[in-house]
Ligand binder design. Sequence first.
Ligand SMILES: NC(=O)c1ccc[n+]([C@@H]2O[C@H](COP(=O)([O-])OP(=O)(O)OC[C@H]3O[C@@H](n4cnc5c(N)ncnc54)[C@H](O)[C@@H]3O)[C@@H](O)[C@H]2O)c1
Length: 337
Amino acid sequence: MRILLTGGAGYIGSHTAAVLAERGHEPVILDNFANAERDVPARLARLTGREIAVIEADIRDTEQVTAALRTQPVEAVIHFAALKAVGESEADPLRYYDMNIAGTIRLMQAMQAVGVGRIVFSSSATVYGQPESSPILEDAPTRVENIYGRTKLVMEDLIRDLARTGKLAGAANLRYFNPVGAHPSAMIGETPRGVPNNLMPYVTQVATGERAHLNVFGNDYPTRDGTGERDYIHVMDLAEAHALAVEHIAAHDVSVTVNLGTGRGTTVLELVRAFETTTGRKIPLVFAPRRPGDVASYYANPALAERLFGWRARRDVEDMCRDSWRWQASRAGINDV
Ligand SMILES: NC(=O)c1ccc[n+]([C@@H]2O[C@H](COP(=O)([O-])OP(=O)(O)OC[C@H]3O[C@@H](n4cnc5c(N)ncnc54)[C@H](O)[C@@H]3O)[C@@H](O)[C@H]2O)c1
């Protein structure tokens, strides 16, 4: 299939482009490069041995996206493009509503104009808010705890409504748990701007010496070692799930909402220890108070993804640490990896 990847030059999009190309699909990247490096398509071409078409556009520009889809027809869209920082969404709500919600509406208008009726959408486990218990199933109650989370829920509803009313033939809302890791080649990976919001990029930056220590927020949670527990998922497993999801909706013309996680929780201290063991780098820790809004523990029940797509995460925490480190070390010019 020819598949449009909005935000395809970003972290998860670029790994999905690589996996799609490996599986014989033809990814077409649409990105405005607001949060991606310009040479990602060239790196992908080296990695996959194939030229990958790139459309530089903003998803909110329906006219440009429609015109691009007329010259580069696709059978499905995987929609990654969004703003994703919780704190920023609370500081600038209109920007988030505009980019994420208005952007998705404009994109879908372009898709309708050219008759593309299949979409895979990047949702997030953040839609569960503070879950009552884990493992979390897809029918657990959703709760909005910040504006970023609200934009994900609104976009999911929008997509389900269009599928229900026959405007979309196939749709998959994929709720990611905590994506980490990088392509094992270290040719693509995550490049957060400024201070990383997420644990793994922070850990790798401590390991390179860019940051002095890791702040561990809260060591009095009701978990095995008192630190927060999350369901980390290797970005290559996540990318493979996208390929299977788009193949599934194309084959069956269905609308589905599916968790993508490993089903296993890892605490902050367990992740740090695995990182130290795998990489031989020491991560100095400073314990700090809990952050408001942080949840003690959550992890997925990923059984539905296995039942529908035949997918399950294959990579473990050591793989995640090793590949994250290879990527970050190569960026920092460290060669003893
Ligand atoms: N990384 C995570 O931890 C995580 C977790 C859950 C869900 N998600 C969702 O997955 C998706 C991808 O996340 P990511 O981590 O790869 O983020 P990313 O920022 O690396 O990728 C997003 C890409 O979209 C592009 N983009 C942003 N706005 C655009 C616009 N208006 N028009 C065209 N391109 C635009 C950016 O330049 C970037 O390349 C997002 O929707 C995010 O909300 C991410």
